[in-house]
Structure formats: C-alpha cells, structure tokens
Ligand binder design. Structure first.
Ligand SMILES: CC(C)(COP(=O)(O)OP(=O)(O)OC[C@H]1O[C@@H](n2cnc3c(N)ncnc32)[C@H](O)[C@@H]1OP(=O)(O)O)[C@@H](O)C(=O)NCCC(=O)NCCS
Length: 183
C-alpha cells in the first residue's frame, strides 16, 4: 500500500522506491529514498540519500548530503550531520550523534563541512559521538564513546576519548599471559 504521505513528500522534491513505508508526521525534503525503506514518525530528513532496506527510528534528524548504505539501521533520537557517509549493514545506536565541525563558532563564514566516513557492518553504540573520522569495516564503537580519531577495521573502541579495547583483539590472551610471566 502506498502511504498517503508519499504524495505530499514527492511534491517537496523527494523520490521514493517501491515498498517504502513512511509514517506521518515526519518531514522528508529533497531526498532519494530507496526500496523498502522504513522511516518512523517525527523525523526530519532532508537532502540525503537513503539506500534500500534502511530503517530510521523516530525523532531522528539526517542532514543534507548524508548517504546511508543499504540495510543499515539508524535507531531513534539520532543526529546524522552533513558530511557523514554510512556504509552498508551498519547499526547506528539510539541517540548517537555525528559532528562535522571540530571547532564550532556561532558565526563562521569560513566553515567547511568535515567528513565522517563509516565502512560496512559497523556497530555504533547508543549515545556515541562521532567526530569527522574514518571508521573501518566491522568496527565496534561502545555506548557513549567519543570518537576523536580514526578507527581501524574490526577494532572495538570505548570511552572518552575512545580507545581500542585490546581484550577483543585476536591473540590478546596469549600476549597478556606472556606479559604476566615476564612481569
Ligand atoms: C563496546 C562493547 C561492544 C564491548 O562489549 P564486549 O566485547 O562484551 O566487552 P566487555 O564488556 O568485555 O568490555 C571490555 C572492556 O571495555 C570496557 N567497556 C565496555 N563497554 C564500554 C563502554 N561502552 N564504555 C566504556 N568502557 C566500556 C569494559 O569495562 C571492559 O574494560 P576492562 O577490560 O578494563 O574490564 C559493549 O560494551 C557496548 O558498549 N555495546 C554497545 C551497546 C549498545 O549501545 N547497544 C545499543 C542497542 S540497545
């Protein structure tokens, strides 16, 4: 069934793929929305590209120029700032936020949008804050982490500032036992 809101939104410059489900009230302007995308109520989404099978939870804002890759899930109360590119099958936890300006000022005529690039199958915990960095494929970002530096593929980072959890790196146990014996 085509939701009634689709007609309104297309007049605001958006295109919608087959089977997209948009629940009113929500604001979608000038977006390219893929097939089977679900957008929950109370979102503000503009000028961005949302690929197939993406889920967007309620009370989420996604700014202009953002790309959300196929199969990704943006949980409720999130903010995805301009400059973010999210890969495929990523999990963006509740209330996670990205920022595109490391040194914000109220009035800055020289402001340039800084980029946040997120690979595929990345998991971002609730309430994380992501600065303009690169996050490699399969990385895990802990709940509440403040990510100031690039995260390598497959790494788990936690805390403020976010640091790698070595516990989960293959070979950790063997290395830590050797260190204990030496100590
Ligand atoms: C990061 C995470 C995946 C790590 O889980 P894990 O691999 O099971 O790791 P552990 O619980 O063994 O923790 C490893 C270490 O990191 C610390 N740690 C784990 N998560 C942390 C977090 N979010 N912030 C700060 N430190 C954290 C632990 O205290 C532990 O430290 P220690 O080795 O000094 O004791 C998990 O804790 C997390 O934050 N998941 C996100 C949950 C979430 O937001 N879900 C959203 C949907 S509800």
């Amino acid at each position: 069934m085509i939701p009634r809101i689709k007609i309104v939104q297309e007049s605001l410059g958006s295109s919608f793929g087959e089977g997209a489900t948009i629940t009113s009230p929500t604001n979608i302007n000038n977006c390219k929305i893929g097939n089977k995308v679900t957008i929950s109520p109370f979102c503000n989404i503009y000028g961005c590209e949302i690929e197939d099978d993406v889920f967007i939870g309620p009370f989420t804002e996604i700014q202009a120029g953002v790309k959300v890759g196929r199969g990704s899930r943006i949980q409720s109360h999130s903010f995805v700032a301009s400059g973010a590119e999210i890969g495929e099958d990523c999990f963006w936890g509740h209330g996670a936020i990205s920022c595109n300006d490391k040194h914000p000022k109220a009035n800055n005529k020289n402001w340039k949008c800084e980029k946040l690039i997120i690979g595929n199958s990345v998991s971002i915990g609730s309430g994380a804050i992501l600065f303009p960095v690169l996050v490699g494929d399969g990385a895990v970002i802990g709940a509440g982490a403040v990510v100031l530096r690039d995260v390598e593929a497959g790494a788990t980072v936690v805390g403020n500032p976010a640091r790698k959890v070595f516990k989960n790196v293959p070979g950790y146990l063997a290395r830590s036992m050797t260190a204990t014996l030496k100590g």
